[in-house]
Design a binder for this molecule. Structure first.
Ligand SMILES: Cc1cc2nc3c(=O)[nH]c(=O)nc-3n(C[C@H](O)[C@H](O)[C@H](O)COP(=O)(O)O)c2cc1C
Length: 331
């Protein structure tokens, strides 16, 4: 335990929501299901998020979309993230999120995926700031103080454009209780490095908590998750940090960041994997087979599975085979 450990465990508030730590799990489409959220919480993630949910899908009662609202009683605090470019749809969807148990509602103004941006939503809202503010206002008015409303931004649409920095204070003036920023432009996707000079500038400028997303938990000079970069962000006034890709196949990265120690023993990592697989099975039934395929190569990278095991798991067509392959005492 050290200084960073204590800083990460310093409580802070987003609006009226009190959080007991500053290490959060970022939203990830196709990933942030309950099984995954539980797996990271076990290792110290504070606030977790749903993946981005289509407000239009909720409004139109799309069964597939409504399934994303599922949230266990043990999953709090949890933020629900919505995307759309229509204020009325966002407001109605926010209401459904509250009914489903949201402790916080986040609006996605960060997604760079073409299919989303061409509807005007996600990072496309950075280019239509008046509409972005209107979307936020509609949700804040609907939620009526029942939960804080936050926004997750990208730096801009194209490299060098300052849309995120210019929009952030307008969103705060319209009621955003915190701003999360992934400081890459949308057209950069995930290339290059996150420019946290922008995150630090926003933290200095804005009167609400600023949350950093981008490269958190990535390897530092010694090959371990980079705690120095994280400490520099908190020391610079950033309220909290979010981990995304570093937690894929490595839910214990939260513990590594908190404690500054290496990963847990292989036995414990295998138990964590088996638990995650079992949670996914209970949650998704046979659909867990496809869901889990996204994770096998990641668990290989974190040293839990061998190349041969990954090949077998990729080919496995039923859950009993998968459960046998990930049994902690196997091999
Ligand atoms: C597979 C994947 C899905 C993502 N889905 C979402 C999403 O639904 N909503 C969102 O705001 N960001 C999403 N992101 C972006 C992450 O939340 C995060 O901002 C980004 O990956 C940078 O953080 P990292 O370097 O820790 O991965 C996604 C990222 C990945 C890799």
């Amino acid at each position: 335990m050290d200084d960073l450990h204590d800083k990460l465990l310093q409580p802070f508030s987003i609006g009226a929501l009190r959080l007991d730590r500053r290490l959060l799990m970022a939203p990830m489409a196709g990933i942030s299901r309950p099984a995954f959220r539980r797996s990271v919480r076990r290792y110290g993630a504070g606030l977790v998020f749903t993946e981005m949910i289509s407000a239009q899908g909720i409004v139109h009662d799309n069964g597939h979309t409504l399934a994303y609202l599922a949230c266990g009683r043990d999953e709090h605090p949890i933020g629900f993230q919505l995307f759309a470019a229509e204020p009325a749809a966002l407001a109605r969807a926010a209401h459904a999120c509250l009914d489903a148990g949201a402790d916080l509602i986040d609006l996605n103004m960060a997604c760079p995926v073409r299919k989303v941006m061409k509807t005007g939503a996600g990072a496309a809202l950075l280019a239509t700031p008046a509409l972005a503010v209107e979307c936020l206002r509609a949700v804040v008015a609907q939620v009526c103080g029942a939960a804080p409303v936050t926004v997750k931004l990208r730096a801009g649409v194209r490299a060098g454009d300052e849309a995120g920095r210019l929009l952030a204070p307008r969103l705060v003036a319209a009621g955003a209780a915190a701003i999360a920023i992934h400081p890459r432009s949308a057209d950069q996707l995930y290339r290059g490095v996150a420019d946290h000079a922008l995150t630090l500038a926003l933290a200095r400028e804005l009167p609400v908590p600023v949350i950093a997303s981008g490269d958190i938990g990535g390897a530092g000079a010694d090959g371990r998750p980079d705690r120095a970069a994280l400490a520099a962000l908190l020391d610079g006034g950033v309220a909290a940090v979010m981990v995304a890709r570093a937690a894929l196949g490595r839910p214990w990265v939260f513990g590594e960041l908190l404690e500054g120690e290496g990963p847990p023993s292989l036995d414990e990592r295998r138990r964590a994997l088996a638990l995650f697989v079992d949670d996914a099975r209970v949650e998704l039934g046979p659909r867990a087979i496809g869901y889990l395929r996204r994770f096998w190569p990641r668990f290989r990278r974190s040293g839990v599975l061998s190349a041969g095991e990954v090949a077998e798991l990729m080919a496995a067509g039923d859950l009993a085979t998968i459960a046998a392959l990930v049994r902690p005492d196997r091999g």
